[in-house]
Design a binder for this molecule. Sequence first.
Ligand code: GLU
Length: 337
Amino acid sequence: MSILGNAISVMTNQAHQGDLEIDPSPLLAVLKDLHSQYKLLGEGAVAKYIPELAKVNPDLFSICIVTVDGQVYKVGDYDQLFTIQSISKVFAYGLALEDHGQDYVLTRVGVEPTGDAFNAIVLDEQSKRPYNPMVNAGAIATTSLIKGSGPTERLNRMLDMFRRYIGHDVFVDISVFTSERSTGHRNRAMAHLMLNFGMIDRNIEESLDLYFQQCAVMVNCQDLAVMAATLANRGINPITKEQAVDKRYIKDILSVMYTCGMYNFAGEWAYKIGIPAKSGICGGIIAVVPNKMGIGVFSPLLDVRGNSVRGVKVCEELSQRLGLHLFDCSGQQAKFG
Ligand code: GLU
């Protein structure tokens, strides 16, 4: 039986022994427990860099797990739509790898963590590449690699890629897109810097538009968990069974998520929580437990680095309670196994 299966059976036994109210799913009971515990945590602030994001209700909070065999466990506001923001970078990177292969993509975007803020205007001194695809400069360079005969075809390829991961059609929030486009001077500056060094060779306004559009794709918490579960499941959506991305690129995607996915908290995240993840200033986090499950958390209150305060706490507890840290051999997993 899988670790998760064992976790469920052990927790079921515990529930039968003690509790009057027995939840049919122990994993759902864990999610409900974490949700009621952390909804009281009111620390952090919503993103305010564009008015559309500042309008979000700070109390929204949802957690969802989708297993690689397609089971869905969800609590809270899991239907609430929000814009995917930086979480999109993971999936655009996969599409760029499919379009050009690993060798070429590596000439345009590195894989080194920066320790800097996500929007730092910095390129590698030697190679002039942006450091990695999870920071803005690297994400803009990645998006510039997405193939297509013009802006419409490139956008449609991007949207179709998201559809494969999520399992239904997705749409761009036009207000968020236009707002990002009219205020995105910093992102525009990065694009110009990369154009100067020959790291971007397409029409940069077209690529910036595509980048702003990918950030403004609307998803809910359940979508995030399905996307994460697709990465956990060798690129196959566990619900629709559609191959969303070539499985040969899963290790590339998960490696950069692991080392660079959580802004300048990525090292501490890898150390404490120990699974590949990506967050966005929307307040979403995806986390991937390879061959087991995808986790999605949404809560718009952010810490100073831009990560969801409740999202980090929930993932930390899930990692501990279910023994998810990839390098944990302390016996914690054996407790469930
Ligand atoms: N659209 C945002 C930007 O490019 C994404 C930021 C984020 O989620 O980290 O600035």
